[in-house]
Design a protein around this ligand. Sequence first.
Ligand code: COA
Length: 671
Amino acid sequence: MLKHPNNPLLQTPTRPLPRHVAIIGAGSIGPDIGYYLKSALPALQLTLIDIDQGAIDAALKRFADYAKKALAKGKMSEAQAAAVQQGVQGSTDYDALKDCDWVIEAATENLALKRRIFAQVEARVGLDAVITSNTSSLPASRIFAELKNPERATVTHFFAPAWRNPAVEVIDWPHAAPELVAWLRWVFCTTGKVPLLTSDAPCFMLDRIFDNWCNEAALLLDCATAAQIDTVAAEFVHAGPFFVLNLARGNPIITETNTLQADEEGEHYRPAPIFPSVDQWLTVAPGQRVDVSAETTRAVRDRLLGVLLSQSVDILDRGIGTPADLELGCCTALGFKRGPLTLLRDMPEAHAQRILKRLALERPGMPMPKRALADYLNFERHVLVDDVQGVKVITLRRPEALNALHDEMTDEILAVIRRFEDDPAVSGFVITGYGTRAFCAGADIGRFPDLLGDKAAAAQYARDCSRLLVHLDAMHKPVVAALNGMALGGGFELAMRCHALVAMEQAWMQLPEVSLGILPGIGAMVVPYRRWPQAAATFHAMLRRCDKLKAKQALALGVVDALASSPAELIATAVARVQALASGHARIQHGPVTLPAFDSMAPQSAHGLALSPTTLGLIERAVQEAAQAPSLSAALEIGYLAFGEAACTAAAREGIAAFGEKRAPDFVRVG
Ligand code: COA
């Protein structure tokens, strides 16, 4: 068994999903954690414990309010909204913990208090109950120092708002049983969170960034106002440090956490003396700005960026977290527009050196890089790589966009394949998606607006995105797609170029492009007809009407080779397929193919989606021309060119704009 695979779902958990969770502390983040758990696991029994009945009543009301909002927004059905509130009870009595299999403590950041709570918890729960603390700063080794059975305890650090924010740090401290850490990561990943494995340093990984970012902002108040600092910070974050501090009532927290860092690691972390004397900062909301002189902008920008880089290299040098998790966590949990390592990558090295030099002068003691800066940038950002019995499992991880593909991600997949394909210890590859919802939701639509209106550039984009797919066509070692959830558009186009497909029973495939005013230009108009001619009519319906292909139907049609009922079984099945294909796999037919005729009726809508007649015409033409093309590469080229053509239509402009604006496109108007 892998100790801690990068993809948390590669391990078979040693215990089932929780049945009864108790959360201690109904005041602030506790109920939000509970609401996330109940939304993901509606049958869960949830107990909220607090010394104050008023806090419990307010928490239960919060559940009702959230559910009402979700219902009104169409995010939940009536049944789901009811289920999320059922089986939730409050109590001021710790005896209510007795039957729990997981207790999450979310009380005030106070070591003595937390220890008292855990003594009471341990006296009541069974030996196999998991115990976690939601501290943002206090190391597990200190919080759990007095536990009789510390191996079942660790820190799980959530981020606000915990019902929606996907990030959660899971602390791997020396006493925690590896099975506990593996189970927590599995539970989180299964329930839609993104667990970030972090070591037991004070403030763990992300609060080292956040607290020092805020503390630095406060230390800069001698040269700029809070509003000016938030204005400068807007280059890097969606909301400035002072705005966030107001929102989170965070001044006492920064004082507490930076005092801890100062006491443990040095005076340079000491909190700014101003924090205790301020209640609310006078600042601007995100999107607003005040005037800041060039000189002040530079001073503030240098220091903020300096502290960000300093903390990032320190986290990596001390192995507190991985570079990919640091990047993802900063963006998803802390609201950075780009991760600190992406900022470092995208700035000239001399610029980074100057900023670090200035920080060293103005803030002596702050950590400095221990390696060449380029060394910190050498990692995969969008994929995780694991080894399972000599098979490299590549996991697409862009949880913010349902693992949607862009050129950087396809380049990373290709680089991993190239790195290992001649390695005799590696028998092949599996490609899967992070989490349980999506294998991949297609090409990243966010990148499309730049391509619209430029035929040649759009066709070239399709060709560039196909580099990986063309490489797969020529490979000797097998690559198996493990569809853990939906595979849409470009995601399905990637899967269909793998040498075999296996899927979760509830997975499904779809080609929704005609509902976006574009077309699937990197293989879907070509490959299925040459690879699975028996399913040609099904692919016609997928391309023209966005019909879904469910995993069971795909199995019956021979598109998918095997189904699995759990993520671990999915990977085991995929690995077995790789091993079975070691002696060779079938190639996609190169020559022309005969197609069944399209229905004479052009659909205008299907499955509640409006369809573009212009795009439909382009798809039908490309499919027919590609079928007659003398070679696979000539047929693929027809697809790239058709994508270029589609990108110049009014339908594409409308479809892509509508997706960005979260509205239905008006193809009646634009065609
Ligand atoms: N490219 C970029 N971002 C994508 C994406 C894609 N292909 N698919 C989903 N996302 C993003 C969404 O924009 C959303 O981001 P936000 O939270 O910042 O708004 C996030 O992933 C979650 O998706 P959301 O749409 O909120 O989830 P949902 O459950 O309501 O709907 C889908 C799920 C798959 C039906 C919907 O996301 C969708 O239609 N995606 C596009 C699929 C597609 O057409 N793919 C082919 C592209 S060529």
